[in-house]
Design a protein. Sequence first.
Length: 366
Amino acid sequence: MKKPLKIALFALLALVLAALAYVIYVFAAYYRVEDYQTLDVVRTTCESPVPMEDAAGTDVTYRISSANVGFGAYSSDYSFFMDGGKESRARSAEAVDENMRGEASLVKALSPDFALFQEVDIDGTRSWHIAEDAYLDDVMENSEFNKVFAQNYDSPYLFYPLINPHGANQSGIVTLSRHPISSAVRRSLPIETGIMKLVDLDRCYSVSRIPAEGGKELVLYDLHLSAYTSDGTIATEQLKLLLADMQAEYEAGNWCVAGGDFNKDLLGDSAQYFGEADQEYSWAQPIPEGTFDGYDISLVAPLDERDPVPSCRNADSAYHQGQYVLTVDGFMVSANVTVESAGVIDTGFRWSDHNPVTMTFTLQEQ
């Protein structure tokens, strides 16, 4: 055998073995956090934390916000490879700083009693190894808040795209509350099987318990349902698990409020409000009819019909007129919670591919 051919064969064999070793590494490194994991509550250092006792049946109005910060990468001109775009990482540490500070400052200006965040990296190649929850501590003046973090992504190093690969990333969801949180747990959600599980994150929602009137509790849920799946059934199964959980708490006499990124078209047909896009995508389907039947739980899809604002854009390219936009961020409440208002804050997707959403509510006397 000629020497050049031998070299070529050895090189090919080396590539095959390297690829096989990488596949073994990825699957060996994969794991899921156990269900009902107890979460640490970082308690406020404020000398006078605000209790919620005697809050039900009064005129006290509470405000909750939710913001998917997109790991600090998504300025309005950013495109993401899994959405059909080109980029896989934040462009720089400075970009992460600008986007995280901008989004957190906007939420702070809303003066929420409760603030939910999704896609908050605590260490990652894609976010320049910046602990992004520190921005929430800093900008939100976290001494006023109790904080809960739940991990929903801890990936092995992903060598894709080949130029500037997505890398290894650890990320999660953050709940902030001005009122004392007595305890918190992480609930694991069903996800896709096979190779799709590697891109579907370790989906979960967090459950934070806030003591209220008469020994009862306000139970607060922070959620981020599946997006990159082969069909929409997984996200529906996840939603049903959450609904069952909330229903049980409601029947126990507690008040329930959930918020976050549903990755579902919460308006049913967002194009009706925002116009037809130049290209349609199937990753965010409407919630199937009848999903809420039999539950004392209602969906709150934030919308001002006089001036509709979407909560999310598909980041296949820089934000532009005619891009696929819809509302996937919102809330759910139990029947003993009265919603006063709900809306989307229009940022023009300046700091994230999601606009923050907000809701005001009161607790009914039981």
